[in-house]
Design a protein around this ligand. Structure first.
Ligand code: C5P
Length: 213
């Protein structure tokens, strides 16, 4: 089976040398790729810039901006059975990218930002009945409620709820939520172990999610 995985942060440039991004290490997504490969599947990795080497044997697509991630995912998703979207995509991008380098003027400046396109919501709209989608939700308050809203908005079969302590960390504590809002599994431990449990669970239960019934 071929599974698309998104990982790492995206970058949104203000000018040719400065960008807005986040502290995602990409570890969770890369661990998911390894877990898929260990389970005998083909992983197609679309990754923002991280300090990790792509797992040997995966199909690797390096991207930088959210729009590049969108383009790669829209091209690759039709050839995959499912997607696990672990990327920490920038929610906002500067309205305009300045060519060259913004100079200091001695005055405060303000930056106008617009929302980026939502890669996962787009895949959710394009999803065929035989495909499945697992999203991630990083939540600091009203966690389960917010995660469920995201699952529904993005047409996911399951969503992995984790918390801000996951960012850049070696381990993670997650809950897996289904479209009814039920917590169907929870795991805690090194990201490699959590990834193995998640991959096993999804591969065993795909085709039986409330969204594919
Ligand atoms: O809306 P939020 O960013 O919290 O949603 C998280 C989920 O949506 C993650 O699976 C993330 O990879 C995905 N996402 C995306 N494109 C965006 C924002 C989030 O694919 N622009």
């Amino acid at each position: 089976m071929r599974v698309l995985v998104t990982a790492g942060p995206t970058r949104e440039y203000l000018d040719d040398v400065r960008y807005i991004s986040n502290a995602s290490s990409g570890r969770m997504g890369y661990a998911i790729v390894t877990a898929l490969q260990q389970a005998g599947h083909t992983a197609v990795l679309v990754s923002g810039p991280v300090d990790l080497a792509p797992p040997v044997g995966c199909e690797f697509h390096a991207v930088e901006s959210t729009s590049q991630m969108m383009e790669a995912c829209q091209e690759l998703f039709p050839g995959c059975e499912g997607v696990i979207a672990a990327a920490a995509v920038c929610d906002y991008q500067p309205l305009k990218r300045v060519r060259g380098k913004l100079s200091k003027s001695g005055e405060p400046i303000s930056l106008e930002m617009i929302e980026t396109d939502d890669v996962l919501a787009t895949l959710g709209r394009e999803k065929r009945p035989d495909q499945w989608i697992v999203g991630f939700a990083l939540e600091a308050q009203n966690e389960r409620e917010n995660a469920l809203q995201k699952l529904r908005r993005k047409n996911c079969d399951w969503i992995v709820l984790n918390r801000p302590t996951a960012i850049g960390a070696e381990s993670n504590t997650v809950e897996l939520i289904d479209p009814d809002g039920d917590v169907v599994a929870d795991w805690s431990g090194p990201k490699s172990e959590v990834s193995r449990s998640l991959v096993d669970w999804v591969l065993q239960n795909r085709g039986s999610s409330a969204n594919s019934r």
